[in-house]
Design a protein around this ligand. Sequence first.
Ligand code: F6R
Length: 604
Amino acid sequence: MCGIIARIGEGDAITKLVTGLENLEYRGYDSAGVAVQNGSGISVYKRSGQISELKDAIVGSVPKGNVGIGHTRWSTHGPPTDENAHPHTSETENVAVVHNGIIENYTELKERLESDGHEFTSDTDTEVIPHLFEYYLQDASSIEDAFRKTIDDLEGSYAVAALVDGVHAIYAARQGSPLILGLDNDEYYLASDVPAFLDHTDRVVYFEDGDIAVLEPNGVTMTDLEGNMVTRDVERIDWDPEDAGKGGYEHYMLKEINTQPNALTNTIEGRVEDSEVILEDFPEGTFEDVDDVQFVACGTSYHAALYGQQLLNQTGIRAQAFRASEYVDSATGSITENTLVIAVTQSGETADTLGALRGAKERGARTVTVTNVMGSTAAREADDALFIRAGPEIGVAATKTFSSQAVMLSLLSLRLAEDIETVNAPDDQAELLRELQKLPEHVQTVLDSTTAKRIASRYTGSEAFFFIGRGLNNAVAKEGALKFKEITYEHAEGFASGELKHGPLALVTPDTPVFALFNGDKDKKTLQNAEEAQARGAPIVSVAHADHPAEKISDAFLEIPDTHPMWSGLLANVQLQLVSYYAAKNLGRPIDKPRNLAKSVTVE
Ligand code: F6R
């Protein structure tokens, strides 16, 4: 949800800024801009639309200068126009600012500045920041002091980077929005996420809320709001720069679907030994006091949480998955000191999920986050973090991280069941863990043999698409529908199979394919539900293992390898990811950057 980049060092900044923005484009693609300090003023270039528009704008007049800032926008205040694009500048254009987040008191600040003679040229909340900075520069004791006063006036969430004309430095601050410092030998970067500068360095420092930094050619100073020096650890990122590229695939999404065997191997590695689950930070007995589990998550992560809920309920542990945006108002009252709250979030920065996590902490719950991003806010704020290790996910539609989250939650569920005396670990744990270790191989089989492309072509153009499944496959059906609508813009819904006849069946026609998911366990009822839809003319696309009875009644069949029922939904999900991908491709959609969406949603 907006991406920012800044860079200071030897040589021109512009290429590194633009490449950084391209690597952050998944965070927003409504408009983009850069500002470069060039010795005779600050050159600002900004354009509505994608980064390619910005690149076209600077061809022929490439700005010179070795310090600069950049931004890619997901609109919150004001439409995606050139005027509303960042960087925003002050009255005299001697200050330029990029910002990710929301300034909640911007109306009040704007009125104050307007009464002081400032004129605004955009509809954004951000524009108050350069105006304020300029205002304080008039009589502050130092530039840093003026910046600190500016930051002190802001309410809301922000990651900010600012330039002042003629000053060879970048001023930065963080409150509630991610900001990471990248340290290379002779240059420094700031960005909302590591892929922005991963080509140059893997040494990073995560800003904490309230941190203010000044980046100069020969060093970085970090202080708190009061001006006291703060020291933050330098960490090394174990992502490969290649992980952040398309690796020869047409889209990031296709790459991320195809690299799931590797992502899953990383998720599982070192966490299973014979018939036991080993989670480094959770030795035996860690969970013995847990009475109930509450998951909080959004979107795809919520579907992974539903998977986790189902698994825990199956083992006899009370668990419920909540949509994070609904949690604080509706559920925190049920927290006790023995409630474990698990925040599931790929990015670790989703505002709704962080709100729920904080609400749970305030009520005294023990918290764990299951996330993909080290150093993310969720990882730092939860009592414990479990990393899914799926590598960077750039496509806006989450794919590999759903699979890795579901596996991580399965392992955590088994670990909980081992600790809680009142419940039993599943009888067939050894078998299901053996099958888990084969999951990457099974996913590879799906990828090598899928007929999803053909099926997508057959049904592209249908009126609507329904996905049904029971138990664990209910979560997968919902995820299949979310993926489909997100990237094809077609109407798609996922239902618990048994619910179809309680209402949604009214929507079923010969022009609404129904994807029915079978996991090799208690499938009879789902088969019956599929036949009920078929009797109303709907084409049935079954996803099941070979020779499954569903094959006989289906109009089309997507085969998955035979495995434990606990994992078969994850194989079905890969088939559905591919169907969505090819349907979106047939429709000519911008698959990696679906309209109106952003990968990391940092507003509530
Ligand atoms: C769907 C998708 C979103 C995210 C949701 C939560 O493909 O990507 O629905 O799953 O915005 O994001 P995280 O997992 O980062 O909290």
